[in-house]
Design a binder for this molecule. Structure first.
Ligand code: ARG
Length: 461
């Protein structure tokens, strides 16, 4: 069989059915460039150990470079008979370098250590792209927060009015999880940056190839510690898929709010025309499709993770062909986020907020009742009683269809002797927000501090 990496012990070639099942070039072609870089590093190690002369190394390196150019130009492509990207590229190398030199590359290397290294290289690269995109999104959220330093909105629990908060505070609450995702990517990359090269099929190398040299050539921090683990484990891939799922979930939660805010009933935000879509039948529609796609794609990202986890569960050591199933889900997660994040960032950066509407709703639903109770505590009333008094005031106002600041002095007194007219001082949304000056609270001074903490954390990653 032309180009096959095995066959010596086989009397016949693979059946067409097996070939169709076994083939992975339609997705592992994404690793072609990393495969070539890995081969060049491996060739250096072969030369350093005396298996390639300087002249052979030069031929090998140049031929691989020519192959790289041919791959990126689309001139070298996989054939039906190529099992995977590794087999195809070896065929390509031998075409260019001749079998005499090209046939020497595979010494001391298995596709098992090779694929385990390449998938790490791919994920480290795309992890950096995703981190960069995340930073853009965090910047867009921080930009909206600093553009609205004073705007007040209804803060909610159980989707019910709870307490007024700064819009900036609420927006930054969506930025922090993304900062942690960024940090997760950085933590993960330290674990991922090890090179399985030299592990061979499972038992390690016997040719004295320097795994440190290969790792350094590939920009990885060193070789993996155990050749069986290195070829059999995919926790590095699963962890990456988990981080992408979490990013998806974080975008989805933000999306859900944007979708609600964009309804006629809420009317908190307007989407930019460039980041919203129309309806094919209803001319008036302007839909939040980016947010909906983000919410929908989070399901897909979770599916990729759980599918991969299910593949890994119960696999005996060391390499099993099941492991080939790691790539499509995680490649899909990468592509999904790389397309989604820039659109999401554009949507956030161009959102316009109806701050008047938010401020109008912020005090409704008796959202200042906690402020009444805490004002009473400051007057020396026990919180248990203060909570009771404030609750009675809510009931008094609710039955009369008025807000907490609207009773007369006498009416306040009829609810409780502790309710003097001074209580009105905390019954504004500004007073309420300003009073929440504890660390991490919604007072403008705290939110300004928070914004600079956020910026510093993102710069640190
Ligand atoms: N294509 C395989 C994968 O993606 C690597 C090749 C290892 N194949 C083998 N029969 N040992 O995992």
């Amino acid at each position: 069989e032309a180009g096959a990496l095995w066959g010596g012990r086989f009397a016949s070639g693979p059946s067409p059915e097996l070939q169709r099942l076994s083939k992975s070039t339609h997705f592992d072609w994404a690793l072609a460039d990393y495969d070539i870089t890995g081969s060049q590093a491996h060739a250096k190690a072969l030369h350093a150990a005396g298996y390639l002369t300087a002249a052979e190394l030069a031929v090998m390196t140049d031929s691989l470079e020519k192959l790289r150019t041919a791959v990126s130009a689309g001139e070298f492509v996989a054939l039906e008979s190529d099992e995977d990207v590794h087999s195809a590229l070896e065929r390509g190398l031998i075409d260019i370098a001749g079998v005499e030199v090209g046939g020497k590359l595979r010494a001391g290397r298995s596709r098992n250590d090779q694929i385990a290294t390449l998938v790490r290289m791919y994920l480290l690269d795309h992890g950096r792209t995703i981190a960069h995109e995340l930073i853009q999104l965090i910047d867009a959220i921080a930009g909206q927060a600093s553009a609205h330093p004073d705007a007040i909105m209804p803060g909610r629990t159980h989707l019910q009015h709870a307490q007024p908060v700064l819009l900036a505070h609420h927006l930054l609450a969506h930025a922090w999880p993304l900062v942690r995702d960024l940090e997760r990517l950085a933590d993960w990359s330290a674990r991922a940056s090890l090179s399985p090269y030299g592990s061979g099929a499972l038992a390690g190398g016997s040719l004295g190839l320097d795994p440190q040299l290969v790792a350094a050539e590939l920009g990885l921090s060193g070789p993996t510690e155990n050749s069986i683990d290195a070829t059999a484990s995919r926790d590095v891939v699963a962890e990456f898929a988990f981080i992408t799922s979490l990013i998806g979930i974080n975008l989805s939660r933000f999306s859900e709010e944007i979708i609600i805010w964009n309804t006629k009933e809420f009317n908190f935000v307007k989407l930019h025309d460039g980041y919203s879509t129309g309806s094919s039948i209803m001319p008036q529609k302007k839909n939040p499709d980016i947010a909906e796609l983000a919410r929908g794609k989070s399901g897909r990202l979770i599916g990729n993770l759980t599918g991969l986890l299910a593949t890994l569960k119960g696999l005996p050591l060391a390499y099993n062909r099941d492991l080939q199933e790691d790539k499509e889900p995680v490649f899909d997660s990468v592509q999904t986020l790389e397309v989604l994040l820039p659109a999401f960032t554009g949507m956030v950066a161009t959102l316009s907020f109806n701050t008047a509407r938010m401020a109008e709703l912020a005090p409704q639903g008796f959202s200042l009742a906690t402020d009444v109770a805490e004002w009473l505590v400051k007057q020396g009333v026990a919180f248990r009683d203060a909570h009771e008094i404030s609750g009675e005031l809510v009931q008094f106002c609710e039955t009369r269809g008025i807000e907490l600041h609207e009773p007369s002095d006498a009416e306040y007194q009829s609810v409780s002797v502790h309710l003097t007219p001074e209580v009105r001082s905390v019954l504004t949304i500004e007073g309420s927000v300003n009073s929440r000056n504890g660390a991490g609270g919604t007072a403008p001074a705290q939110v300004a501090t928070q914004l600079s903490q956020l910026t510093a954390r993102v710069t640190d990653v």
